[in-house]
Design a protein around this ligand. Sequence first.
Ligand SMILES: [Fe+2]
Ligand SMILES: [Fe+2]
Length: 476
Amino acid sequence: MSSIDYSEKIPNNVDLANDRTLQRALEHWQPRFLHWWREMGPNDFAAVDVYLRTAVGVDAQGWAHYGTVKMPDYRWGIFLADPIADRTIGFGDSFGQPVWQQVPGEFRSQFRRLIVTQGDTEPASVEQQHRLGHTCPSLYDMRNLFQINVEEGRHLWAMVYILHAHFGRDGREEAEELLARHSGDVDKPRILGTFNEPIVDWLSFFCFCYFTDRDGKFQLKSLAESSFDPLARTCRFMLTEEAHHMFVGETGLGRIVRRTLEVMKEIGSDDPEAIRRQGAVDLPLLQRYLNFWFSSSLDLFGSEVSSNAASTFANGIKGRPDETTQYQDHVCADSTFEIEVPDGKGGVVKDTSPMRNAMNEVLRLSYVKDCEIGLKRWNMQIKRAGYNFELKLPSNRFRRAIGAWASIPTDLEGRPISREEYDSLMPGWLPSASDKDYVKSLMQRVVEPGKMAAWIAPPDRGINNLPVEYAYVRLN
Ligand SMILES: [Fe+2]
Ligand SMILES: [Fe+2]
């Protein structure tokens, strides 16, 4: 295992000290990153002590160290998973050949675009979440938010390292731009839609962690298959950190469901108004938030049929998650994939696409499957509590802005409907202004150790074997 050198200005396991030019370039970027963090990060909490984990190694066992840190002092660094000896290309036209340690010139711009797009999402989410500390439902949750924030900052480092190390001057310019675009900025927004959506309350935050960080997981998993080995190794290690973000989303939403069920039991009613009078989140309200974040995140995978997806697969740039274990055919030169597209007359028709062109859809469908796991668990909770209410993911066709179903009005089941019907039903499908006002009214900060806001149940356990009551953040 390559250990991480913490005596360096930039902690790393890539032997930065022996590449002075690269080291200087990254040390030049470092103060800009810190400036961005101070401006756009959780800046009202710069002085508080937070119980955070920091990567100290890259193997699965004991890779992290836990301790109290002020966020601006977090040691953001460059950590690649260890190389796999004699690794060969796992998919596409060059299947079976040795992986690349440098970017082949002909694929340079495709790689650059993918890396920049991934890199852009990392600081975007920090920007989206930067005021949530003020309304945390507990110190435990506040700590998890900050943990995610510093790790997204580190993921930015991960992508900037690849840009600096392998893309010369273009890469350095892109690294500057990653700090110049901002979430929701009218002039210079972040690249992808979902990362410009405001996250102003914790219900949205948990949905974001559940749905949008999970998109990140799938993108990273497919980049971890890349023939460009440094990128694959970077992404493999990012996934280790990313798992916690989805954990926060899944347990956060699960705790909301649990609390709501407790309230329903207490008052003996499932009437949303009655539940709201008790300060909890009624399940139909939760469903509308799920509808919003799920449908927004689906667009992140791109069009169902895409020549770009075909060429990144053919060229060995971006594979499928778990390419080796999940698939038999790694070349996909002759296979096809069936997709359902609008027929232009208000109906649906089956269309056959070459498999390579359908890779975005393949990725999206495995993502949807993964999203269903949490819903099954929450539905089990609801059923066990004796209610027949079921949380559901809307259809992949619902409220899409990209791909075959972009701007085609459908209901939650994906049935094409008229524009008038769509517009009139939408308030029941997405969070309404009054839903948002209600959720906003719940966002009162709770910072007494071990205490939880009334709309969320406590977690089953604390962080790193500490009790839930531990003071995970010391506000001084
Ligand atoms: Fe990330
Ligand atoms: Fe994340």
